[in-house]
Design a protein around this ligand. Sequence first.
Ligand code: NAP
Length: 284
Amino acid sequence: MRRYGLLGDPVSHSLSPVMFRAAFDHLGLGAVYETIRVPAGHSAGLAEAMRRLAETGGGNVTVPHKEQAARIADRLLPAGQAAGACNCFWLDGDGRLTGDNTDVDGFLASVRELAGFAMEGARVLLLGAGGGARAVALACAGDGASWIEVRNREPTRARSLIEALGLETVARARRLSAPVEGTFDLVVNATPLGMAPDDPLPLDLSTLSVAYAVDLVYGRDGTRWTGHARALGITALDGLPMLVHQGVLCLERWLGGADLGPGLRERMLSALRLPGGSRPASDA
Ligand code: NAP
């Protein structure tokens, strides 16, 4: 029996088990997916859990361990290397613990679902400067965005993100609460705002000139922020498509590039959109 799992803290509200169990079922694979709580600072425990899971199948890493997991991996694929963060790991043919960051391509695949949107030359307003924002910034810059404004409660963290990714010529840092100036093509929420029912909106879009919005937070019927965006005529997407796209990329890595056939993504997405299967949650 292959074993896969998610390492992080917290993991109890993760939707990854629902999504991957639906995938294993669809693929007819006798495999289990479990969540394993690894408290912050337990680097030795994280390394041991990664190797144990990798030997039986593979796994995912979530907050707060993505950067530490990148340091633990024997080898990182280019997106993991560029992001300095690993959310997916497995053993390669030589038994090396290998890591990647599937959030980068998962985000790009999800924005391709925004009818009429083109990243080439786009001006992007990015809210947040954590791990998710890092993957989004890399994806946008790599896919031809002409300008990225990174906003965070504490702008020094936004500046660090820009410097760490070498984006100084195409990006600038701003405080989250500062007035928005200029026009943007795409606004992305990469803060957890919206996960709790009484959270404020990450940004009021009513005075903004923007055509597309993507919320990394997700919910069965979208999020309050995607609802707010759509009410203003902005084309909006919540984080479920990204979660599923990055999950398919994980499966491709774990199963050694096997042809996963048609219908997999739809099966994973519909499992997440089932009542009770999906709620705003934190993982990827
Ligand atoms: P993270 O590394 O902990 O970063 C969180 C970011 O949000 C930081 O910039 C933080 O700013 C900001 N933030 C936190 N609480 C805030 C608040 N109350 N008000 C304003 N800003 C706040 O987390 P992450 O991994 O980037 O994840 C962020 C969100 O994206 C989570 O909801 C996660 O589930 C989601 N996500 C979804 C996917 C997907 O596949 N859909 C993938 C990755 C992440 P400070 O520096 O000021 O603390």
